[in-house]
Every structure is written in C-alpha cells, then in structure tokens.
Design a protein around this ligand. Structure first.
Ligand SMILES: Cc1cc2nc3c(=O)[nH]c(=O)nc-3n(C[C@H](O)[C@H](O)[C@H](O)COP(=O)(O)OP(=O)(O)OC[C@H]3O[C@@H](n4cnc5c(N)ncnc54)[C@H](O)[C@@H]3O)c2cc1C
Length: 642
C-alpha cells in the first residue's frame, strides 16, 4: 500500500533529501552515520527501554556512549545530527561536546586551548557547563557564586555563599563529569569584575569522589530526560589555580591587576554555538515525529465510505489540517536553520580570526528568535503528531512520547524562550529607530521595518505572503514601540507595561525570516522540486498569517475577504500535499531504527507489530504472575474487613 503512495509523488525524492540536509554531502554524511547505528547491535531499538528504571537507562546509555566514542568521532560537528537523532535517549556526552568545548574555543587563551583541547576531545577532561543556580538561571549577571583572588597564594577561592547560589541543572554533572566550567562573580581586591568562567576539577581523577570543598550529585527525576544526570554543585572556599580562569578576554595577575581585552559581549559567542545546534539539529526531531504520524495515518483506517470501504485517516480533511501545516512549517524551519548556520559560522569566523564583532548583535538577535520559535515548534509538532495518532500515539512504542519529552526542555534551556523573544524585541526597536536615523545601517533582514503598508495583487503568492508577514511584524513592532515609549520610566515600562506587545512583535519575525529563506531555497537551490516546495511555502505563509495577522488587521492591511481567500487556498492545496506526503517525510531518509516506532514501519503490518510487542516482548509480561499480586490480595482482605 505504501509503495502506491510512493509512486504517486510528483518530485524527485533525492533532490529533496539534499535540500533538507543542505547538500549531497550533508545527506550522505547522515546516511553513513545512520547506517552505523542501524547495524550495531547495541544501538538496535529496544522497546523495553522505557520499562527499565532510570538507573538502568543511565547505564545503558553510558555503555552506548563509550561504544559510540570508540567507533565515531563524537566531536565532529558534521555528524551531530545522527548522533542526536538516532540513539534512544541522549548520549552521556552532549553537553561536554556541544557546550563545554565550544565555550573553551571562544573563551580560553591559545595556551589554555593547547593545554586542554586534546584531553577535552578524548574525554580525559570530561566537563559540564555550570552556569545556572538554584536562585538564578536566566539572570546570569546576578548569579551568586564568587571567585575571589587570594593574592597570598595566587589562587581563586570559589565559594557558594548560600543555598540559592548552588549550581543547579548542569547536564552531566550529577554522576559523571570530572571538571566543571563554573561561572562566578570575579572579585579582585574587593571589586566585582562581573561573571567569568573558571575551569576546575570537581571529582578526583582516581576515586571519582568529589574534591575536598565540593558537594555535588544528581537533582532527581524530571519530565522524561531520564538518562541525563542534571546535577547540583556547591563550593566551600574551594581553591583553584590562577589559570583556571579562561583568559582570552580577561587577564588577572597574581598581584591583582585585571586587564580586559576585546568585546565584553564575547560570552554570547559560545552560547550561539549551542543555540545554533538547537535550531539546526534538534529541529529535525519534528521531522521524525511527522514521519511517524504521516506513515501511521497511511496505515490507519476508520469508518466506511459509501462504497463500504474503510477510509484512510490521512484522507480526512481534519487529519490533514493537523499534519500538513506542521509539515510545511518543518520545511520552513529547516531552510531557515540552514541560513542561520551560515550567519552563525560567518560571525564565529569574524570573531575568532579577526577579532571582528560587527555581526555579533545581528547574529545573536536572529538566533535568539529562531531558538525560541523552533524549539516551541518542535515540542508543539511532537505533541500534535502524538494526538494525530489517537490512542497508539500515547504509547512509547509509537516513538512519539519520547520526542516530546526530550524536546520540551529545549524551550527553557540555553535561554528561556520568552526572554529570548524579548531580546529580539530590543533589537527590533533599535532597527526601527535606525530606519529613520541611519537607514543605511539597517541589515537587509530588517529592512521590512521601514514600511507599514503593503500593496499586493494576489495575497496567495509566496512573494505576497512574505511581504504580508514582514508588514505584520513591522506594524506590531511600531505598536510595541509606542506602548513602550508611553511611560517615562522605561525599565518599568519594559518589564510591566509593554512586555506582551514586545514579545508578540518579536514572535512574528521568524515567520517572515523563514519565509524569505524558503523563497530563496525555491528560487536558487531547487530544480525539479520547485513546484511542491512552492505549495509547502504557501501553506506555511498562509498558516503563519492565519495564526497571527493582528498587525495587518490593526492597520487595515488585510481584509476579511482576503483572510477567507487564504483559508480557502490552503484547503485547496492540501490534496497536492496529500499526494506527496509520504515522500515529503521520507526525503529525510530516516530508517526504522531511527524512528524507534512500531506504528510507522516502512512497510508491514502495524497491528502485528504492536500485538507482537505486547504479547511476546513486553518485559512486564515475562513474569507470568507479577509480584504485585501479593498486595492486591491484601487489598481484598482490607476490603473484606470494611
Ligand atoms: C533539562 C535542562 C537542562 C539544563 N542544563 C543546564 C546546563 O547544562 N547548565 C546550566 O548552567 N544550566 C542548565 N539548565 C538551566 C537553564 O539554563 C535555565 O533553567 C534556563 O536558563 C531558564 O532559567 P530559569 O530556570 O531561571 O527560568 P526563569 O528565568 O526563572 O523563568 C521562569 C519564568 O519567568 C519568566 N521571566 C523571567 N524573567 C523574565 C523577564 N525579564 N521578562 C519576562 N519574563 C521573565 C520566564 O519567561 C518564565 O516564564 C538546564 C535546564 C533544564 C530544564
């Protein structure tokens, strides 16, 4: 049955695969690494993984990490997608490779990099990123851990002054890492020089016990995310050598001289790396959820038509309405993320090679907004895919609950999404001002702010949709600016009077940005996929406008007839997507082992899969009479006495 679906697709799947992974090389790299996971017995999906205790899950993934490290170059960025997408649950080393090493690359001096990088890469110096505290996560500037220079011994004394200052949440801290990159207020001669990173050993090399003056452990179970040992860490006047301070941009001499060099905003540069990974790699989990949901919807039939034939659930318009806008948004986010990766890499090269910070603000702002938008999208997409699979979506064997659990923390970590949106709002206001005072300085991505009117013939073309999305954001930015400026105390206005308007305006930027990246891909990269991509881009643009066109409505830039036309057009496009849906998700090239789902095989019988698992493999059934029955028998006695 699925082969019939595959044959009716109207585009070359391989061309689409190359577009989704950036190019042929990107796709080939993915398939090469996926093949390793598919063929290795340790990485074969085990549906009983979720019947195991957290302790066992952690041990299994530690074993997997070592096996992966033996066979694969885990620090190699080009393989990051399969590394996060293929194995069941996280590797033990994701924070180390995705946060600690990049932070070192940006913040450590050449000498420090020379000294530490080999052991960081081969795992001999396994570290966590210890920034957040119990009392402060988003507000990094006000964390309470202190690192005070002791001139008599040329050491820093790292100290946790109270419970609130305990480091809390760092991944890989709870059980495993030997080192921590500790962010603390630097105090020299009684003067606070702000928050800086210190690289310190926190567990003994031989015994793995905490070092003297260090208390640490795992923080306990969370919503999913079971194999990650998020931890707590506190210091009691812990002594660290002078060169524990990563000192590319700040130097402290043993006699207390503090010298700063470069841009103080450099701290952002390492965060950019992880946020980029969240946009670039983790967005692909939405594609995994969509593959499961679309395939399952092509197996599942409910109710009969007039010819007494049972109807495929993907043929219901309401099911299409659940999945197709998400599919279009997935493509939009992927093309947006490819552009963002280019922007981030260019900025990273400018900083590290030429000490040039001129594109840092632009990069930081776009990336903040994208991280916020994409991580909301992925969690939302996983949840809707789950719902679209009815009861079976609720079971771990569908592969869907775990995607939601593993992806939803991304909304909060590495910059909480509302706060990131507000950071873009600040940048939008600045560029809005520049459109009047310094128009030549406004980056091309923000030139839409110079106009709050739009003239179009046909609202349904991709170019018109991009213009409308830009105009919507521009009007909402002006509205937010006027709310913000209406009060004399600007800080109070920002915090308590205009936050909603500012966050709203910012949340409409990425739909515009994604749309122009989508159009760029269609016009400059696609060949025989242009037509179907144009349909997806239309569905994406229309959906974004139907979700939020408040700005356009405020200034009468869109009429109720046009909104109706958008709605009708989207519905008319669904049959085209329906015909191509299977190949649109399969263009990602995800194997069954990667999908980890019994309800979405490439071919086969989903009901037999589920039945065989329940009746033969489910480890809870192995004990023919479960030990819990002794308690149930007691319950009968209790009830008898009542
Ligand atoms: C799974 C997971 C892994 C993590 N890993 C690490 C790690 O490896 N290392 C590490 O250092 N940390 C880590 N963290 C911590 C994480 O970075 C913080 O939790 C995150 O930055 C959010 O900060 P917070 O908890 O202080 O949230 P808060 O800032 O307290 O947010 C709570 C609410 O207040 C709102 N709010 C706060 N300030 C404002 C404002 N100015 N304007 C409007 N609204 C506001 C937020 O929008 C949110 O709704 C991890 C967290 C999780 C969940």
């Amino acid at each position: 049955m699925l082969d019939k679906e595959r044959k009716q697709a109207q585009f070359p799947q391989l061309e689409m695969s190359h577009l989704l992974y950036g190019d042929k090389e990107g796709f080939d790299n993915f398939i090469e690494r996926q093949t390793f996971f598919d063929n290795h017995p340790l990485f074969k999906v085990d549906q009983n993984f979720f019947n195991k205790s957290r302790q066992d899950q952690i041990l299994i993934n530690a074993q997997k990490t070592i096996e992966a490290a033996k066979n694969l170059d885990l620090a190699n960025k080009k393989y990051y997608t399969p590394n996060v997408l293929c194995p069941q649950g996280n590797f033990i080393s994701t924070v180390h490779f995705a946060m600690v090493i990049p932070a070192f690359q940006v913040l450590a001096s050449d000498d420090q990099i020379k000294r530490w990088m080999p052991s960081l890469k081969d795992f001999n110096a396994f570290g966590c990123y210890a920034q957040s505290e119990l009392g402060h996560g988003s507000d990094v500037q006000n964390i309470l851990t202190v690192a005070t220079l002791d001139k008599t011994t040329s050491e820093f004394i790292i100290h946790t002054p109270n419970v609130e200052a305990t480091k809390f949440w760092p991944g890989e801290l709870g059980l495993y890492c030997e080192f921590a990159l500790v962010f603390a207020q630097l105090i020299v001669d009684g003067k606070n020089h702000g928050v800086h990173p210190f690289w310190v050993r926190i567990r003994d090399k031989d015994t793995h016990r905490p070092m003297e003056g260090v208390q640490l452990g795992d923080i306990g179970p969370k919503m999913g995310y079971a194999v990650k040992d998020n931890g707590y860490l506190s210091f009691d006047h812990f002594r660290a050598p002078l060169d524990s301070l990563l000192n590319r941009y700040i130097k402290v001499s043993s006699d207390g001289k503090v010298e700063r060099q470069g841009n103080p905003k450099v701290g952002y540069a390492s965060m950019l790396y992880m946020r980029n990974i969240l946009c670039d790699q983790y967005t692909k989990f939405a594609g995994k959820a969509l593959t499961i949901a679309v395939r399952y919807s092509l197996y599942r039939r409910q109710f009969k038509d007039d010819n007494k034939q049972e109807i495929l659930i993907l043929d219901y318009q309401c099911q299409q309405q659940k999945l197709f806008p998400l599919l279009a948004e997935f493509y939009a986010c992927i093309f947006g993320s490819i552009k963002i990766k280019e922007i981030v890499n260019e900025n990273f090269n400018r900083i590290t090679q030429y000490n040039d910070f001129s594109t840092l603000n632009l990069t930081h702002s776009i990336l903040s907004a994208a991280k916020s938008n994409y991580t909301y999208f992925v969690a939302n997409c996983a949840e809707w895919c789950r719902l679209s699979c009815g009861g079976h979506g609720f079971a771990h064997y569908s592969g869907l609950p775990t995607i939601f659990f593993e992806m939803s923390p991304n909304i909060v970590l590495e910059g909480e999404n509302t706060i990131l949106n507000l950071q873009l709002a600040r940048y939008l206001l600045k560029q809005l001002q520049n459109t009047v005072s310094k128009p030549e300085s406004v980056p091309s991505y923000f030139q839409f702010l110079s106009s709050d009117t739009v003239k179009i013939q046909d609202v349904t073309t991709i170019e018109s949709l991009a213009a409308l999305l830009g105009c919507n954001c521009s009007i909402l930015t002006k509205y937010a600016a006027s709310k913000f400026m209406a009060h004399s105390d600007l800080q109070d206005s920002w915090d308590t009077k205009s936050g909603i308007a500012l966050a709203k305006a910012a949340s409409t930027f990425i739909p515009y940005f994604n749309m122009i990246c989508f159009i760029d891909t269609i016009q400059n990269k696609a060949k025989d996929t242009k037509e179907i991509l144009t349909v997806l881009a239309q569905v994406y643009g229309i959906t974004m406008l139907l979700n939020n066109s408040q700005g356009l409505l405020l200034k009468n830039q869109i009429s109720s007839e046009q909104i109706r036309l958008l709605q009708d057009t989207r519905e008319q496009l669904y049959p085209i997507i329906r015909r191509n849906a299977l190949c649109l998700v399969e263009a990602q090239g995800l194997s069954e082992n990667t999908l980890q789902s019994l309800i979405a095989p490439k071919d086969g019988n989903v009901y037999e899969n589920m039945y065989n698992y329940a009746s033969q493999d489910n480890s809870l059934n192995k004990q023919k009479v479960h030990e819990g029955i002794t308690y149930i028998k007691k319950m009968k006695e209790v009830n008898a006495k009542l």
